[in-house]
Design a protein around this ligand. Structure first.
Ligand code: KG4
Ligand code: ZN
Length: 334
């Protein structure tokens, strides 16, 4: 079964063809225009997806040598609603015209499972850290579609904190790769905090959804801001190295505590920050059964959507064409 995957949840228009034999094409159009604004502008993102969606899809089919796939998968959420609607509605229309099955894919589930696209692939159960620009969550993946959230950020996502630090230092967007590179040239000499979520205070997570392994990155970002304001001679390299060391400490601490709590030491990571060289190196030093997707499959791509769709289609799941997108959607939830 050849599945066409379409991803438009944020600022990448990405289309890919995947079958159980592997990836046949993987086309990504990254919207660089947002760098002028220091972050993604939703309205501009939707319009740019509209501009590119047809070309991207045609290129993905052509590269795979197909006139039409056997099924269409498109990101249904979470993400920017207007951006999601472009790929989702286009995917539904294609499926309708081609008379093939359609499935709406959860973007976080696709990141969570992205290591399954590689050879060797991890067996269930495993711990999956999804760490991106919009989300930072640690899941216990018991089987396809059954995920337990062990912890999540209660404020900024780790990638968002990277992007904000880069902006505060007058560097570009997205900030993660820039800070990652600078970090290699500096020393982790500034004692930035490793914040623990407080019981009370502002939080994006409802009190009933708070968990022992929750994370917080906004205090770290604020500490970096104070440091930059108070230190006229700050070095971007040292600030980056110190910030990155703090982020990695927090993420490794939660993975280790998650492994102890569940007894599962098979670990996978996904999402843009999973491309971070420091995080990848630190994980490789631990005694986990580790599955690291290649860096290009950590950031948003169409193959993870096609592949996640394929796994569900193989279990006879379909999404009715009457469904629409969701800005928020916990992976595994109906
Ligand atoms: O998964 P993704 O492509 O999009 C979302 O679903 O959010 O993740 C994008 C995020 C951005 O915040 C970007 O700065 C961050 O991933 N990122 C990195 C690295 N590469 C991308 N963060 C740290 N180190 C990197 N090498
Ligand atoms: Zn993503």
């Amino acid at each position: 079964m050849f599945v066409l995957g379409i991803e438009t949840s944020c600022d990448e228009t990405a289309c890919s063809v995947v079958s159980k034999e592997g990836v046949w094409s993987d086309i990504i159009w990254s919207q660089t225009i947002h760098s002028e604004y220091g972050g993604v502008v939703p309205e501009i993102a939707s319009r740019a997806h509209l501009d590119k969606i047809v070309t991207c899809t045609e290129a993905a089919l052509q590269e795979a040598g197909l006139d039409k796939p056997d099924a269409v998968a498109a990101t249904a959420g979470p993400g920017l609603k207007g951006a999601l609607l472009v790929g989702f509605c286009y995917g539904k229309a294609l499926a309708m015209g081609w008379k093939v099955p359609f499935i709406g894919v959860n973007h976080l589930e696709a990141h969570l499972l992205s290591a399954l696209l590689e050879d060797p692939a991890p067996a269930f159960p495993f711990l999956s850290l999804v760490v991106s620009g919009g989300h930072t969550s640690l899941y216990l993946a018991r089987e396809l579609g059954v995920y337990e959230t062990l912890g999540q950020t209660i404020d900024d996502a780790a990638g968002e904190a990277y992007d904000k630090l880069s902006r505060m230092m007058g560097k570009g967007y997205p900030g993660g790769p820039i800070v990652d590179k600078l970090a290699h040239q500096g020393a982790a000499s500034i004692p930035f905090p490793r914040p623990r979520p407080k019981g009370k205070g502002r939080s994006r997570v409802a009190p009933e959804d708070r968990r022992a392994l929750d994370m917080s990155f906004s205090g770290l970002k604020t500490a970096a801001r104070y440091y930059l304001e108070k230190t006229p001679s700050w070095s971007a390299e040292d600030v980056s190295a110190s910030f990155q060391a703090a982020v990695i400490d927090v993420l490794l601490d939660r993975i280790e505590r998650g492994a102890k709590e569940t007894g599962v030491r098979r670990v996978v990571i996904g999402g843009g920050v999973a491309a971070n060289s420091g995080l990848r190196a630190a994980l490789q030093e631990r005694d986990y059964e580790l599955f690291l997707p290649p860096r290009s499959r950590c950031t948003d791509n169409g193959s993870m959507i096609a592949h996640c769709g394929l796994l569900h289609l193989q279990q006879q799941r379909r999404t009715p064409l009457s469904e629409t997108v969701r800005a928020r959607w916990t992976p595994g939830a109906a």
